[in-house]
Design a protein around this ligand. Structure first.
Ligand SMILES: Nc1ncnc2c1ncn2[C@@H]1O[C@H](COP(=O)(O)OP(=O)(O)O)[C@@H](O)[C@H]1O
Ligand SMILES: [Mg+2]
Length: 498
């Protein structure tokens, strides 16, 4: 980067790599999301040390010349080479024993050429404890600003003063919105934003491009926050959120009030935990990213940990933000679900807990769980999350509130007007108020069912339709009474009623 900056993730990783090499390390594992950026880092360091820099990949061979060369031949050649140099191995495949041994012997030396492994490090790392680790994190705001300034220069030189001026003007907003992207992705989206018709379009396009890239990454998904009047009941949670929102005000820092850390919502299925997670983000004025923990688990050794790292790094870059970890109990269960390997599940959970403890940036975590039996006790320890809320079946007043939301409030806010009813709204609400044992999801389901019945007969929704649909609903609370009783018993000692 021409606009060189001293204290960026790139500069820090460069300093770490240079120090390691100068101190005699000859084997380095460079953990980076963005390969091109990792190569550039090595070139930068090579230039400063006056060492030649070469790359190797399985497809491109040496320096991308295209003549494939077995890695073992390269490594054995390097063992005979006395001169310093930097060999960047891009995505090395799992190493066979002789190659592995050569890598270890190289890494044990303190003179001659150094090997930098870039890519899926796990297989190489497990076998090569001598490798020194260097993390190249995603670009921060300063680095992205430098990147934008470079692009402005490029556009000017290319004789495109219009887009250059547009990008220059939009850069502060765009770079803030690009946080969490890799350098490569940010460069592409910034270049496109330079050509957008106006400033608002540029920002919207970049936001959409970022959401798409996160989704394609397969781990994180942007989710729209929901205002709290779409959630019936859960008054304690709402009250708690309103107070926590104060802690996010700039003045709060001066008053020594720490950033809110997050909540765990445990409780009965269909009672609004997922909805509440979206309400949390809205109440705190934060964007929301959803992580399904099950997606963390990857096939090869170390992939799950690498995924977790990618998630936490991305989220910290985007912070302040809310991170919703949905159905934590499912994803982290040792015996069921995607994490069939209990060891991996435990390691990923350990990593997640460590991050919860040590995260440096304001990330508000909302974790939801249907069951407590599988949740690790460490999760509920102080300092990790602020509070545990128990989401119980709605009581009569709460059912009435939920009915009003789905009969009146939700359609009005989605379509501008609620559909006409054949009977007064309070009459319909009273039916739901009396429907003991139903969850929020079941109430919503019954209303949809009743609407459909009325619609099939080309008339507005009436009391009888809803009465019929409610009677036909067999609540989960009846078939799972034992489970719910156990959950309540746990909650009375360990959680706050939401
Ligand atoms: N308290 C509630 N207020 C309003 N709607 C609710 C409530 N609880 C559940 N619902 C409705 O049921 C749907 C499913 O609930 P969800 O939040 O997914 O439950 P959970 O995550 O606890 O299983 C919600 O999207 C919403 O439409
Ligand atoms: Mg849910």
């Amino acid at each position: 980067m021409k606009h060189d900056l001293k204290d960026t993730p790139f500069a820090r990783a460069g300093a770490r790599l240079r120090d390691a090499l100068q101190a005699g390390s000859r084997g380095v594992g460079l953990r980076a999301v963005d390969e091109a950026r990792a190569v550039r880092l090595c070139e930068d360091v090579g230039e400063r040390l006056d060492w030649p820099v070469h790359t190797w990949s399985a497809a491109g061979g040496r320096d991308g010349l295209g003549a494939p060369e077995p890695l073992v031949d390269l490594l054995r050649g390097l063992l005979r080479d006395p001169d310093p140099g930097l060999w960047v191995l891009l995505d090395p495949p799992p190493l066979e024993p002789v190659a592995l041994r050569a890598l270890r012997e190289l890494a044990q030396r303190s003179v001659g050429p150094a090997v930098v492994v870039v890519g899926d490090l796990a297989p190489a790392l497990v076998a090569t404890p001598e490798l020194e680790l260097v993390d190249l994190e995603l670009p921060d705001a300063d680095e992205l600003a430098g990147l934008a300034a470079d692009l402005v220069d490029e556009l000017r030189i290319a004789g495109r003063p219009g887009p250059a001026a547009a990008l220059d003007r939009r850069a502060p907003q765009l770079t803030r919105a690009a946080l969490g992207l890799s350098e490569h992705q940010a460069r592409r989206l910034l270049r496109r934003a330079a050509h957008a018709s106006d400033d608002a379009v540029a920002l919207a396009e970049l936001g959409a491009g970022k959401a798409e890239l996160l989704r394609r990454g397969g781990l994180l998904e942007r989710v729209e926050p929901v205002p709290s009047d779409m959630l019936g009941g859960l008054a304690q949670l709402k009250q708690w959120l309103a107070r926590r929102a104060l802690a996010l005000r700039p003045e709060a820092r001066a008053a020594a009030i720490p950033d809110p850390r997050g909540v765990l919502l445990v409780g009965v299925q269909g009672c609004g935990k997922s909805l509440a997670a979206r309400v949390c983000a809205h109440a705190l004025g934060l964007g929301l990213l959803r992580l399904e923990p099950g997606r963390l688990y990857g096939g090869t050794l170390g992939e799950s940990e690498a995924n977790l790292r990618r998630v936490t790094e991305t989220v910290e870059r985007i912070a302040p933000v809310a991170l919703w970890i949905d159905e934590l109990d499912k994803g982290l269960a040792g015996s069921e679900g995607p994490a069939s390997d209990a060891g991996t599940a435990a390691r990923v959970l350990g990593g997640l807990l460590t991050w919860l403890q040590e995260r440096r940036r304001p990330v508000f975590v909302v974790a939801t769980a249907n069951q407590v039996s599988r949740l690790p006790p460490e999760l509920t320890r102080r300092g990790r999350l602020d509070e545990i809320f128990f989401v119980d079946l709605p009581d009569a007043d709460e059912r009435a509130a939920i009915a009003e939301i789905h009969l009146e409030h939700a359609p009005r806010s989605h379509m501008g007007a609620a559909p006409v009813l054949a009977d007064p709204l309070p009459d319909l609400v009273a039916l739901v108020r009396a429907a003991d044992g139903l969850s929020g999801a079941e109430i919503e389901g019954a209303i949809v069912e009743a609407r459909l019945d009325a619609f099939a007969e080309s008339r507005p929704l009436a009391r009888v339709d809803l009465a019929r649909a409610l009677t036909a609903t067999v609540p989960l609370s009846r078939s799972r009474a034992g489970e719910i009783a156990a959950l309540r018993a746990w909650a009375s000692a360990a959680a706050r009623r939401a």
